[in-house]
Design a protein around this ligand. Sequence first.
Ligand SMILES: Nc1nc2c(ncn2[C@@H]2O[C@H](COP(=O)(O)OP(=O)(O)OP(=O)(O)O)[C@@H](O)[C@H]2O)c(=O)[nH]1
Ligand SMILES: [Mg+2]
Length: 228
Amino acid sequence: MHLSSETPSRPVPRIAICGRPNVGKSTLFNRLVGRRLALVHDLPGVTRDHKEAWTEIVGRRVIVIDTAGMEYAPEESLPGRMRASTSTAIASADLLLLLFDARAGLLPQDREVAMWLRKSGKPVLVVANKAEGQSHVGSALEAHALGLGEPVIISAEHNEGVSDLLSLIAERLPEPDATCELSSQKPMPIAILGRPNAGKSTLLNRLIGSRRAITGPEPGLTRDSISA
Ligand SMILES: Nc1nc2c(ncn2[C@@H]2O[C@H](COP(=O)(O)OP(=O)(O)OP(=O)(O)O)[C@@H](O)[C@H]2O)c(=O)[nH]1
Ligand SMILES: [Mg+2]
């Protein structure tokens, strides 16, 4: 459907999954979108560029965004560039999920992430992950102290508490807009392929006119495929 510039249309709601490294953000992303789109591994710093995908939450079309783990680091370092990418994703989102590891309890790094998210002024939902079998509920409840409301206790990997999370997300989405309809015309996908360090990410950024992909002299920077 073509909308004239006088018809304000509200874009599809965007939900960004944020947190320190290795708390299960990509696992939750894959769970919410129902496909294994994002790389998951038991090492901090696996996700580098943010990644987004469409899904449906309680009958609403939404875009879910997986982000790189946030941590303090100099701007030009790789973790610094990852945080800049995450900041762009946060700026584009309507709702932020602050994920932490309930087994580890609330760490100082989680509090730092909470501070960054609060600064964005966006609504935040706190999610305690890795709490399968209702384990670690006590440490999950510590997150009350963040002042961001009651944490939702889940296990992304074992699909526990995820339906409660979906209902809470749905309650926080902006009002649907009748003018917001999806076009039946699909854009033509173009894939950029090449050996490491050939300049694929730089070309992508150039084509879309934004710093969507992390670039730099290091070969093998991009891990997940990125679409834009
Ligand atoms: N026990 C348990 N492990 C989980 C759960 N969710 C994720 N994990 C594990 O935690 C590890 C990290 O998961 P990821 O989803 O890659 O974490 P991430 O937050 O995306 O990590 P980065 O991208 O490195 O910041 C993996 O080994 C997952 O299998 C969960 O609910 N329970
Ligand atoms: Mg990840």
